[in-house]
Design a protein around this ligand. Structure first.
Ligand code: ADP
Ligand code: G6P
Length: 489
């Protein structure tokens, strides 16, 4: 195998994640088109180039028939992707239910859905059974494609049961698991009925990684407090076997964004956007339309800013680009209507016949349009209530070397630990504070903007997705060698 730069690949890597980097759309009985999937996990892993990687995951679509499955498998193979076919019932119970209605809000400190807490509690057992079944299905596909020497890298909260299933197949398999969300305080994790089983399954991996040191610490505390195991500086020990636990902060492929800025399509978009918003400062939010992103809170803070800063009313616009996500989960449906209602009310209140203060788009933007938007923005608003890392903040910084705009960043995003010195950090729950930070950002001197941007740009360009993946995989290889040496002694 050859890399794009002609050098040999370092190693074969099986990347296992619930979502493949491409989602499938059926065009006919045996024809499919593939679209790039949204989300930080996909963005980061696309930057991994050193390995001969195969992706194993769900293509985001139900394919009940053999003809469809065969055709999709073939189309995906061209992208080095291998599908796991999940039927509607499993998707409902495992993906919409256990993953996105239970684990996701819990890991982000948002608790269970407010209105149907009891119903959710009642469905725990059946949803957890579906979760385990789905993880076993992923394990079956991995096992089928595994070759000796491969590294298997499992990703995210969907697949906490996978390391255990894989080690049951083959205890020699090198297995790593990485969580892209926060791992919450052990006091939160211990409310989960399946708390112990999940922790034990993850511990079957050789290496367990998190975005920040705090998340790793919470995980080790959960293992010591809930399972009674021993936490060591290296990780968690159980009867002489060590599972290494460490922080590996993710990054982006910053060069891809920087290079794109000079291309014709991006330059065209930049010209068009600059003309459209002439005379107004542009504030930008780019998020999946998710409860953790704090979109309603962000918009209310912008309203407060408009209320308190009359002179800015016709001179600023907020562009909120929110790609719909997990649309079958009721909490997400509620969020969509809530956001639409707030935006409508504020535009009615502050808009005029010629302009509105908020442009809200419920859709995904293509890469060139996104780069152009980042580049023309004066102030980016990333106000997640909690976020594993948040790569939008990194992408914004990568595209701002000419403009040196300001990043307003939630202190509850993992990125606050890396971009905190250059950003204005805010508590997203405090609307008054966020409104004041908008005023501060819009009035900031060019010198201060430059100083802050320089700090963040240096970080984003030197901590890349590629380096993140290389560090994780080398550490996984080393961990396995060290464990083999220990058992021989
Ligand atoms: P999460 O992983 O929770 O979605 P991140 O900020 O880490 O959050 O990553 C989101 C990724 O999805 C980024 O690469 C971003 O560019 C992309 N994305 C989010 N919203 C949109 C959108 N509306 N259009 C295009 N890409 C988007
Ligand atoms: C976050 C999660 C990913 C997930 C992505 C998009 O980044 O950490 O695992 O793929 O959101 O969500 P979706 O449910 O559409 O895959």
């Amino acid at each position: 195998y050859e890399r794009q730069d002609g050098k040999p690949f370092r190693q074969r890597l099986l990347v296992v994640a619930n979502r493949l980097p491409v989602s499938a759309v059926r065009r006919g009985e045996d024809s499919w088109s593939l679209e790039i999937s949204a989300g930080g996990l996909v963005t980061a892993l696309l930057g991994v180039k050193e390995f001969e990687a195969r992706w194993i995951g769900w293509a985001g679509v139900n394919v009940p028939d053999d003809v469809g499955q065969k055709a999709l498998t073939k189309a995906l193979a061209e992208k080095r992707c291998i599908p796991v076919f999940l039927d509607e019932e499993i998707v409902h119970q495992y993906y919409n239910g256990y993953c996105n209605n239970i684990l996701w809000p819990l890991f982000h400190y948002l608790g269970l859905p407010q209105e149907d807490r009891l119903a959710t509690t009642r469905s725990f057992q059946s949803q957890f059974a579906a979760y385990k079944k789905a993880n076993q299905m992923f394990a079956d596909v991995v096992n089928k494609h595994y070759e000796d020497g491969d590294v298997v890298w499992c990703h995210d909260y969907h697949l906490m049961f996978l390391p255990k299933c894989l080690k049951e197949y083959n205890s020699e398999m090198k297995v790593g698991w990485f969580l892209h969300t926060p791992f919450p305080s052990s006091e939160i994790h211990r409310t989960l009925p399946s708390r112990s089983e999940l922790l034990r399954s993850v511990l079957a991996a050789d290496l367990v990684g998190f975005h920040t040191y705090d998340y790793a610490r919470h995980f080790v505390s959960a293992c010591t407090r809930i399972l009674g195991l021993e936490g060591t500086p290296e990780g968690v020990e159980d009867q002489g076997r060590l599972t290494r636990v460490a922080a590996f902060p993710i990054g982006i492929d910053s060069e891809r964004f920087i290079r794109a800025l000079d291309t014709l399509p991006v330059q065209d978009h930049i010209r068009e956007l600059t003309e459209r918003f002439k005379g107004r400062k542009v504030m930008l939010g780019v998020d999946r339309l998710d409860m953790i992103k704090g979109i309603p809170q962000k918009i209310l803070a912008f309203e407060k800013f408009l209320e308190e800063n009359l002179s800015w009313r016709d001179r600023v616009v907020l562009l909120q680009i929110a790609v719909p996500t997990r649309t079958d989960v009721p909490e997400y449906q509620k969020l969509t209507s809530q956001v639409h209602e707030i935006v409508g009310r504020i535009n009615g209140r502050f808009g005029s016949l010629s302009a509105v203060p908020i442009h809200h788009l419920d859709r995904s933007l293509d890469f060139h349009a996104l780069c152009a938007l980042y580049a023309i923005t004066d102030v980016a608003l990333v106000t997640s209530l909690r976020d594993g890392m948040n790569l939008v903040s990194y992408e914004f910084v990568a595209c701002q070397d000419a403009k040196k705009g300001v990043l307003i960043l939630s202190e509850f995003a993992g990125a606050a630990q890396s971009l905190g010195a250059g950003a204005i950090l805010v508590n997203p729950w405090n609307i008054t504070e966020v409104a004041a930070s908008i005023a501060q950002a819009l009035n900031m001197s060019a010198e201060e903007r430059e100083k802050r941007h320089k700090h963040n740009f240096a970080h984003v360009t030197s901590h890349t997705a590629q380096e993140w993946a290389e560090t994780f995989v080398s550490e996984l290889n080393d961990t396995v060698v060290e464990a083999q040496l220990r058992t021989r002694q």
